[in-house]
Design a protein around this ligand. Structure first.
Ligand SMILES: C[S@@+](CC[C@H](N)C(=O)[O-])C[C@H]1O[C@@H](n2cnc3c(N)ncnc32)[C@H](O)[C@@H]1O
Ligand code: SF4
Length: 355
């Protein structure tokens, strides 16, 4: 069964660090974008869905009516997530989401420090986050993710510790962490690489102590609340991608939709193809990618399962690479091939072996 991702590229205000396909001051496009999105989705006769993820941008910025309209076009999935931002939701919106079949909410906090929130261009304070989070719980959502960032301007290990402790007390079912990726040079006083790694190590240790399962390099969950949608990506399952810039993986082909919002709308309106074929995976590419994706997860790749799936012997096929990575103590091999704690810090080096 396939999954689906739906992209909503609108935000109330663009955060200073963000390089996603998301825009403020484009509200005049919302209505025509949603019509195009609905038309794109309707082109596929989707009978069943494993998971659905509505991301952005800020899906909670647009009217809940649009979200319900979109969901009405699709079958129910086992896990339907929406990304929301503090400062863009209300109890009514959340109730409408619930009614429309959404059963998981992902909310961006980033950091529990008003000074840094302001520095990075977030629209909300910690208090506003708290109000939104309470509304989410009040509306009855029992599967909530909070996004967290580290390596932020002026952030010290001590201030990061406060954010982590704050989150642990809050007890969301899931936490996704992001190390800041710098796209421009507007930020001063960024922590050093060593400090950034210390923050990550602190997070990993503390989350384990708080009984969260560290199940992917950057993701933590209370047992049973691992994101089914993300796990499907890492297991190389098929998914549709709808909306500007969304990618999809179907029949061993990777596509990306045109990124430009206006262009996306006019192509759909003119009944033209919005998907751009990025690559067709042959058996070798597919196995390489499967290894890379699987090595993002903490349990890694099951050797027997992979051998059967690809009708091969991965220990032989990757003998040289695995020996080398094992020698550097970046991976360990038992029934599975997986990253060591050193490998978690140097995952890029490991993945390079499977490009
Ligand atoms: C697709 S964004 C949307 C979520 C939602 N709009 C919000 O801001 O809360 C998902 C997450 O990506 C992360 N992110 C965005 N830009 C980033 C960057 N430059 N470096 C690291 N993480 C980033 C943020 O943690 C953000 O919450
Ligand atoms: S609200 Fe989210 S998607 Fe929009 S600019 Fe900020 S981080 Fe990016």
């Amino acid at each position: 069964m396939k999954s689906a991702y739906i992209h909503i590229p609108f935000c109330k205000q663009k955060c200073l660090y963000c390089d996603f396909n998301s825009f403020d001051n484009q509200d005049y496009l919302i209505e025509s974008y949603i019509s195009a999105l609905k038309k794109e989705i309707s082109c596929y006769n989707i009978k069943e869905l494993y998971t659905l993820y509505i991301g952005g941008g800020t899906p909670s910025y647009i009217s809940e009516k649009y979200i319900s309209d979109i969901l009405n076009l699709l079958p129910k999935s086992t896990e339907t997530t929406i990304e929301i931002n503090p400062g863009t939701i209300s109890f009514e919106k959340l109730t409408a989401y619930k009614k429309a079949g959404i059963n998981r909410v992902s909310i961006g906090l980033q950091v529990a420090d008003d000074h840094i929130l302001k520095l990075i261009g977030r629209i909300h304070s910690l208090k506003e986050f708290e109000e939104s989070y309470s509304l989410v719980r009040k509306a009855g959502f029992e599967n909530v993710n909070v996004d967290l960032m580290f390596g932020l301007p002026t952030q010290t290990l001590n201030s990061f510790k406060e954010t982590v402790e704050y989150l642990i007390n809050l007890k969301p079912e899931h936490i996704s962490s992001y190390s800041l990726i710098v796209h421009n040079h507007i930020f001063k006083n960024l922590p050093s690489d060593e400090e950034e790694r210390e923050m990550y190590h602190y997070l990993v240790t503390k989350m384990k102590d708080a009984h969260y399962k560290h199940y992917e390099i950057s993701n933590f969950a209370i047992e049973g609340y691992e994101s089914k949608h993300n796990l499907a990506y890492w297991k190389q399952k098929e998914y549709y991608g709808f909306g500007a810039g969304a990618s999809s993986f179907i029949d061993n082909k990777r596509y990306t939709n045109v990124r430009n919002v206006k262009q996306y709308i006019s192509l759909v309106n003119d009944n033209k193809e919005v998907r751009i074929l990025e690559e067709t995976l042959n058996e070798e590419n597919k196995l390489n990618e499967y290894m890379m994706l699987g090595l993002r997860t903490i349990e890694g790749i099951n050797i027997k399962e992979t051998n059967e799936k690809f009708n091969t012997n991965i220990l032989k096929r990757y003998e040289k690479s695995l020996k080398k990575l094992n020698g550097y103590r970046l991976i360990e091999i038992d029934d599975n091939v997986k990253l060591t704690s050193k490998g978690l810090d140097l995952a890029n080096v490991v993945w390079e072996e499977f490009v």
